[in-house]
Design a protein around this ligand. Structure first.
Ligand code: C2O
Length: 534
């Protein structure tokens, strides 16, 4: 293992998309930002210098940060943000992790443009558990707004209404060649006949799950969220914000140019049509040829397709990569995830949309929770987050008359090395919508998923405890549930939230506090000396 040094200058940069130009916040002037390359067990040092007027913090999404929560990044959870003109050195080790992860700003809505891939190669000399690709390519999917994203969310918070949706999706920063205003701006990957390519796909979009498809080519899924899966073939992948998916693509033709598309998937009926982002792959020497288009794109409500895809994901669970699913459970939790409405006298309809877990709309603290925990500062948070729904729910029934929520900075406490089973139940109080839930600090196993209300007696019997997929972000289906298991072997304070940014903003978030263990390597390390101050 070696030490890798990176420097991230956070700077404004003008960018032109969809025929209009606006200044955006970037890392090193790039959108998407630079890819970080490292190998398993490497120590990564990234110096972040904030040259913009906004507070900044960067999260290394999917990096477990064993005992180094100070480098995790979510503002006011593990650190105070890096203020304008300030610098912070993120220092972490990629212990036992390899695959595609990513990084993004974790404050305000800056992650709209401040994000990039984090590619962790296996240790030197260790092969992939699948045929070695001829080439690898990072594909970052994103969203583009013509107007300023900070202005959009601020306006929405003032009015209490939902924010404007994006004007386009992007593939490696561009809406694509068949959108009127980016004639040559689309991304194109050059391929050689018969060669195999590893596409490392990241969904960095703020608020939308996406379908991803390549015309006339099949995709073999080999990894999700930096964990290997049993390979399977598909023509469409489904990827939620926060998730990463590695696929192999074999260039089975000899010539031509083929369309690549990322189109929105949403169960919610309110979604207006969002543009499909496009790119191409072209066989060498045929960049100028006409594009073979897709015969079809999945409709926005292709839930069965999404379900089949998600259910096809299985841990590799080989001798070398065993699935260590916790079998004995210490904490048996059920959290409802929902949108709700709270009164707001200054808002447009005298009410505002809020979101909650177990009816708690999470309130961000003024100083970082990890600091408060480490230095024993009282009055910042309480440890009484409800382990079960405080009010009766029933997604299938009519809306309850009172679907307001309570506010609080409440955490759920876990003993070091205890095991958790957490059922996340969507209660669809305003509209049915999928919630890609992301847990910091851990990977978890997805042991079950289903429609309707979770039934502990019937559903728990059908859990997959043998080869469930292991990941860091999983969709809770609209009007359904997802069950995950993990071992709390990482001391610190760990955020869990919906990765649809608007839901996080509305309060669909909470945090676990994991105690220190007794052993010498079982406690949070002391904070670095340059840890930002609030
Ligand atoms: Cu990728 Cu807390 O986020």
């Amino acid at each position: 293992a070696i030490v890798r040094h990176y420097k991230f200058n956070v700077v404004m940069k003008n960018a032109t998309r969809l025929c209009s130009t606006k200044p955006i916040v970037t890392v090193n002037g790039k959108f998407p930002g630079p890819t970080i390359y490292a190998r398993e067990d490497d120590n990564v040092l990234i110096k972040v210098v904030n040259h913009v007027k906004y507070n900044v913090s960067i999260h290394w999404h999917g990096v477990k940060q064993l005992r180094t929560g100070w480098a995790d990044g979510p503002a006011y959870i593990t650190q105070c943000p890096i203020q304008s003109g300030q610098t912070y050195l993120y220092n972490f080790t990629l212990t036992g992790q390899r695959g595609t992860l990513w990084w993004h700003a974790h404050v305000l809505w800056l992650r709209a443009t401040v994000h990039g891939a984090l590619v962790i190669l296996p240790k030197l000399g260790v092969p992939y558990p699948f045929p070695k690709p001829h080439m690898e390519q990072v594909i970052v999917l994103g969203e583009w707004w013509k107007s300023d994203t900070e202005a959009i969310i601020n306006e929405a918070l003032k009015s209490g209404l939902a924010p404007n949706i994006s004007d386009a999706h992007t593939i490696n920063g561009h809406p694509g060649p068949i959108q009127g205003c980016s004639p040559q701006g689309g991304f194109s990957l050059e391929v050689e006949p018969k060669n195999t390519y590893l596409l490392r796909i990241v969904n960095a979009a703020l608020n939308e799950e996406l379908f991803f498809k390549v015309a006339s080519h099949q995709l073999t899924v080999v990894e999700v969220d930096a964990t290997y899966v049993k390979p399977f073939q598909t023509d469409t992948i489904v990827i939620a914000p926060g998730q990463t998916t590695n696929v192999l693509l074999t260039a089975k033709h000899t010539t031509g140019k083929y369309l690549v598309a990322a189109s929105p998937f949403m169960d919610a009926p309110i979604v207006v049509d969002n543009k499909t982002a496009t790119a191409t792959i072209h066989y060498s020497g045929t960049l100028g040829s006409t594009i073979t288009t897709l015969t079809s794109l999945p409709p926005k409500n292709a839930t069965p397709l999404a379900t089949t895809f998600t259910d096809s994901l299985r841990s590799l669970n080989s001798k070398k990569y065993p699935a260590k699913v916790p079998l004995k459970i210490d904490h048996n939790l059920l959290f409802t995830v929902s949108l709700g409405i709270n009164p707001c006298p200054t808002c447009v309809n005298n009410s505002r949309v809020v979101a909650a877990i177990n009816n708690v709309t999470f309130v961000m603290p003024k100083i970082a929770l990890l600091q408060a925990h480490f230095f024993n500062i009282k009055g910042v948070f309480s440890e009484d987050f409800p382990g079960n729904p405080p009010i009766v729910y029933n997604f299938t029934g009519t809306q309850p008359t009172n679907f307001g929520t309570t506010k609080g900075t409440r955490l759920y406490k876990l003993a070091y090395n205890s095991t958790v089973q957490l059922v996340l139940q969507d209660t669809g109080m305003i509209t049915p919508e999928n919630h890609p839930i992301h847990l910091h600090g851990f990977n978890f196993f997805v042991v079950g998923r289903g429609q309707g209300n979770y039934n502990p007696r019937k559903d728990a019997k059908k859990f997959n405890l043998v080869d469930p997929v292991e990941r860091n972000t999983i969709g809770v289906p609209a009007g359904g549930w997802t069950a995950i298991r993990f071992r709390a072997d990482n001391p610190g304070v760990w955020f869990m939230h919906c990765h649809l940014e608007i839901h996080t903003t509305w309060g669909l978030k909470m945090a676990f506090v994991v105690d220190n263990g007794k052993g010498p390597n079982e406690s949070v390390l002391p904070p670095p000396s340059d840890l930002p101050k609030c």
